[in-house]
Structure formats: C-alpha cells, structure tokens
Design a binder for this molecule. Structure first.
Ligand code: 7TS
Length: 421
C-alpha cells in the first residue's frame, strides 16, 4: 500500500476566511456564537490534512523507527525522516540532519543550554538575552549561569514602542559574550527583531546566536542560512501541527561538538559496560523511542503552509494587524502596547481596557465566542517594562479575517458596557 503522506490540500488557496472549512474545529459554536479564535500565539488550530496525517500513521503505518527490517517499520521510518527533510527545507537548512526533534521550543532551548552551554561556558562568560523574551528563553539561561558561573545580561527594551535595533545589541557586547539568545518575534507585543543584523554583529564578537523562532517560523518566511544563525528553536503546535513536538535547527559544526542531551536507546553507536559512544547527528540528541506521529503531523503542517506561501501568510497577517491596530486604536480608554507600525511587528496585539482586569475582559469576550489570552503571557520581565501585571492578547493566523477583528471590537464594547459604572 502507498504510504499515506497526505500532501497539502491548499493548492490555489490564499490565507483568509476561505481556509476556515479546512479547520474542523472552527465549525464549533461557542456560547451560541461563531468561534472567533484569536489565541494563535498560544496554539494554532489544525487543518484536516494534518489530522489525516496523524490518523493515517496510526491506522496504516504504525511501528517503531530505525529498528525493524519489516515493512511497517520501514514505512514509519520513511515518514518520520521524510518529515525531517520537509521541515529542514521549510526553514532553509542545508541538510535534514540539522533538524533535531524535541518536544517544542522550550525543550529545544534547554537542549542547547545543556549540551552546548554546560560543555563550553566558563565562569565569567556572558549570555546576552533581551527583556522581550518568553520565560522559555530566560529560565534555561538562568540555570546555565548558575551551573557554570556565567553571567546573564538583558538588552533593555524601551517601554514606549518595545523596538530593538542592532545598535541596542552592539553596545552590550564585551570580550566575554559567548551566546546571544533572542526571540525573532515577541509573543506579547509582536515586535520583530532584525535577527540577521544582530547575528552578524554577534559573530564579529565570536558569539553563538540562538533564535527563539516560536512566533516567527509559523508566521513569516524564515531562512536559517540567510539569517546566518547558529540555532533556531520552534514548536509544531503554533504552526498548524500537533502539540508535544518541535525542532531545533543547528549549525552542523556546533552540533557535532556538543554532548548528548539524554542517554538511552537510539542515541548511541556502541555501548560497553564501561562506556558508550554516540550516534551521528541528529540521533545523538534523540534518546528513546520518539514521538513518531508528531513530526509526521508537523511535516503535513509545513506542506500546508508552504502551499499557501509564507510571503502570503505574512502579507495577510500584516493586513489584519494594520486593520486591528486601527480598529482597536479608536476604542476610548483602550491602551495598546508595542510597535504601531505593522511592518515592525507580527499579528500579536496586547492591550488593556481602562482599569478592568484582563481576565474579566477575556471572560466576556469568551461569552461572545471570541477566544483570547489574558495574563502575563510567560513574559513577566516584559510586563515589568510595560508597567503592568497582565494584558489581554489577541493573536491572528492564516484563517482569521477582518470579520474576526470586528467581532473582537464588538465584544470589547460589550465588555466595557459590563464594567463601566
Ligand atoms: N518562545 C516564545 C516566543 C513563545 O511564544 C512560546 C510559547 C515559547 C517560547 C514556548 O513554546 P512551547 O511550545 O515550548 O511552549 N508561547 C505561548 C504563549 O504566548 N501563550 O502560550 C504559549
């Protein structure tokens, strides 16, 4: 039987409400309203083609990978490694083996902190990050600094527009800077950082560059070779794929020198009772039976996104962001955070309404069928910069439309009605 490698069903389609029928969950009604899903920065919805890839794997090809000589195991291995090649191509990696499967962005960053950081950092070495980061790109470096005696420094973020340029990084380098760990796009205020320029400066200073691509890889064209970064971390579930899987892209020279992340099956070449030797990259970093269907689902998701075209995805999101900033900006006593220029940001918009708690706004929005997130968005240092404890956040994706922005604005009006006295 042919391997069920469902290719995308997006041929000829463009981002926008026309994609809604591809996403079965968007047919749900929430509180008797059309579901307006604006929590995409937390997790995206999944198209039918991804659901079929997951189901098809278990239904027709399920077996362990890299082991059996039987047909099913070979099919499972082909699908699993085929997905690695698709994801590598999607981010512009030269070789499939530069993609390591992880549980997601968080684990990808922890892998680098553990396997590269603990091996190569010395007391007094410096790690540079920013005040914009998700906790996943802060806490692993705090662990690493503690374990190695290295020092964690933050590029300060201006409160008024949260924009960071290459100069803001340039002035932070010292002869001890070994690593720059930065997000390509903020998950709270949408700020996009000039990663290519920053990587160039970092390399002039001999530092390694890790990019948190959790919010960029799903939403804009990303080419790791053009950006010339050393590591790129991202998660499947934010880009139409399943939860529990993601990837780390790495520069091959670095991956070869790094220590394994975990010990166990699949990551070894030989094991004696005294010692072991390691398998080749990427398997050296993938101990144990992996989440096989997860990467296969992600492979199907990148088929879908590649068929749409990431330039088109980005253009669509810019248009919605512009419209949303304009519409929300007209609401009295609503504070918007982050850059005002849609070209400097992605489709993530944080805001607060008067002195109403963001959770209260979120609850009224849910009663109107509008799903947003409220809270600190795992970015407490950024909340401190903005001078707030939490915000409401609306975040958009390929299936959203201007109608969704209008529904958000109407629901905010309803919420204001409840809470104004
Ligand atoms: N980095 C950024 C920029 C993120 O937005 C997230 C998740 C992560 C790292 C961690 O990704 P994970 O897949 O390993 O959890 N961001 C969010 C969010 O904004 N709301 O929920 C999860």
């Amino acid at each position: 039987m042919a391997i069920a490698d469902k290719s995308a069903t997006t041929d000829g389609k463009t981002p926008g409400p026309g994609l809604r029928p591809d996403f079965p969950i968007l047919e749900r009604r929430i509180n008797d309203r059309r579901l307006v899903y604006l929590d995409n920065a937390a997790s995206s919805q999944k198209p039918e083609s991804v659901l079929q890839a997951l189901d098809g794997f278990y239904r027709h090809h399920n077996a362990n990978v890299h082991r059996g000589i039987h047909t099913l195991s070979q099919e499972a291995t082909d699908l699993y490694e085929g997905a690695r090649a698709k994801v590598a191509a999607f981010v512009g990696a030269r070789q499939a083996s530069q993609i390591i499967w992880t549980r997601g962005t968080t684990e990808s960053i922890n892998l680098v902190a553990h396997s590269w950081g603990r091996k190569f950092l010395q007391p007094g070495d410096e790690i540079l990050t920013t005040e914009l980061e998700h906790h996943s790109n802060i806490v692993p470096w705090q662990f690493l600094a503690k374990a190695t005696g290295s020092v964690l420094k933050y590029v300060p973020v201006p409160e008024h527009d949260t924009l960071l340029g290459a100069d803001d990084f340039a002035r932070m380098f010292t002869p001890r800077t070994r690593l720059v760990a930065l997000t390509q796009m903020s998950n709270v205020v949408g700020t996009v950082l000039p990663v290519k320029e920053i990587a160039e400066i970092a390399h002039q200073h001999g530092a390694v560059v890790l990019v948190d691509g959790a919010q960029s890889v799903p939403h804009m064209p990303v080419d790791v070779v053009d950006l010339d970064v050393d590591f790129m971390a991202f998660s499947a579930h934010k880009m139409l794929g399943p939860t529990g899987v993601g990837a780390l892209y790495g520069r091959m020279e670095l991956l070869r020198t790094m220590d394994p992340y975990q010990g166990g099956g699949d990551m070894i070449a030989t094991v004696s009772m005294e010692k072991s030797t390691w398998n080749a990259v990427p398997h050296k970093f993938e101990a144990g039976t992996p989440y096989i269907s997860g990467p296969i689902g992600l492979g199907s998701a990148v088929d879908y996104l590649a068929a749409l075209g990431m330039e088109n995805v980005q253009a669509h999101e810019r248009e919605i962001t512009e419209y949303a900033l304009e519409s929300l900006g007209k609401i009295p006593r609503l504070t918007l955070y982050g850059p005002r220029d849609p070209l400097s940001r992605g489709a993530v918009i944080a805001f607060n309404v008067e002195d109403v708690h963001p959770h209260d706004i979120g609850q009224v929005l849910d009663s109107q069928g509008v799903a947003v997130r409220a809270g600190h968005h795992c970015a407490q240092p950024l909340m401190r910069v903005l001078g707030v404890g939490s915000t409401v956040r609306a975040s958009f994706y390929v299936y959203n439309s201007r109608d969704d922005v209008d529904a958000l604005v109407d629901a905010i009006a309803t919420a204001k009605g409840y809470f104004s006295d």
